[in-house]
Design a protein around this ligand. Structure first.
Ligand SMILES: N[C@@H](CCC(=O)N[C@@H](CS)C(=O)NCC(=O)O)C(=O)O
Length: 288
């Protein structure tokens, strides 16, 4: 970074800051337009996109269904690049205007949920699944689940933003957040050296949440940063990431609400288990 910056007395909004996603970043909350969200036939209505935060929830639904729970859901695509998160219907579910957002219509009145960690916990408690009941293991699972919620913004909003999305590459923030990201990977590596999954022997919501970010990072799917961060040096994280990646429910969950990548990996909307076979973009074309 060559130029120094003297902050003005009062910050003002520079709409043209040049970074990727500058068009959707703004310093005010609330809706920008009226838009009623669609509602399907299932008890759960998910409004999301297959980013790491979105994938946590679609993986959880697919895992619940694979385990035999009655957790059918409709998944609707929210295109955050086009500002769908600022529509009035979406803001009514999530005043924070970020995916994922969920309506649980199995309650009267329906329950709104936002924040992926809250959604995972709601579903885990509702079905008694992927959350240990053991008095020692449950708090361990919750600790790792909330570790993910607190840590990933350094990876995504910090490292990912400055390494991949900022208008220029600046050494100071990239160094700052690469260091923190590598420290977090080391935290995970030391833990996974001693146990199969984040909480112990069982796969839980903590694994689902952490895998979506850190598992996909070491598998080379985020920010084209695997070599830069030397992810190969975190052998225990890699071992764990590959085991989770091979789960059929995880492979399905990654496809739901995906609007990028190879057409056969994109299932924009999911309303039925058969959609994975019949409704991917290679089968229905780019206009759907
Ligand atoms: N802590 C939130 C983070 C959600 C989040 O940051 N979602 C991003 C996509 S990964 C988003 O919707 N961004 C749209 C925006 O910032 O306008 C969660 O875990 O649900």
């Amino acid at each position: 970074m060559t130029d120094t910056y003297t902050p003005p007395t009062v910050w003002t909004w520079d709409r043209e800051n040049g970074g990727q996603f500058a068009n959707i970043n703004r310093p005010i909350a609330g809706p920008t337009h009226d838009k009623v969200l669609p509602i399907g036939t299932h008890p759960f209505q998910l409004y999301s996109l297959a980013t790491p935060n979105g994938v946590k929830v679609t993986v959880m639904f697919e895992e619940l269904l694979a385990a035999g729970h009655d957790a059918e859901y409709d998944a609707w695509l929210i295109n955050i690049g086009e500002g769908d998160q600022f529509g009035s219907g979406f803001v009514g579910i999530n005043p924070n205007s970020k995916i994922p957002a969920l309506m649980d219509h199995s309650t009267t009145p329906p329950t709104r949920l936002f924040e992926s960690g809250a959604i995972l916990l709601h579903l885990a408690e509702k079905y008694g699944a992927f959350l240990p009941v053991d008095a020692a293991l449950r708090p361990e699972c919750l600790s790792w689940l909330f570790w993910q919620m607190g840590s990933a913004p350094y990876l995504g909003g910090g490292f990912g933003h400055f390494y991949a999305y900022a208008p220029e590459k600046w050494e100071y923030p990239i160094n700052r957040f690469a260091m923190e990201t590598k420290r977090q990977l080391d935290v995970l590596d030391r833990t996974l050296a001693e146990r199969t999954y984040m909480t112990g022997d069982a796969y839980t919501v903590a694994d689902i949440a952490i895998w979506a970010w850190y598992g996909q990072l070491v598998l080379g799917r985020l920010y084209s940063a695997a070599e830069f961060l030397d992810v190969e040096s975190y052998g225990h994280v890699l071992r764990w990431a590959k085991v989770i990646d091979a789960r059929p429910a995880v492979q399905r969950g990654r496809m739901v609400n995906r609007s990028f990548g190879e057409p056969e990996t994109q299932l924009h909307e999911r309303h039925d288990a058969r959609d994975f076979e019949t409704r991917t973009q290679d089968k229905i074309g780019p206009k759907d």
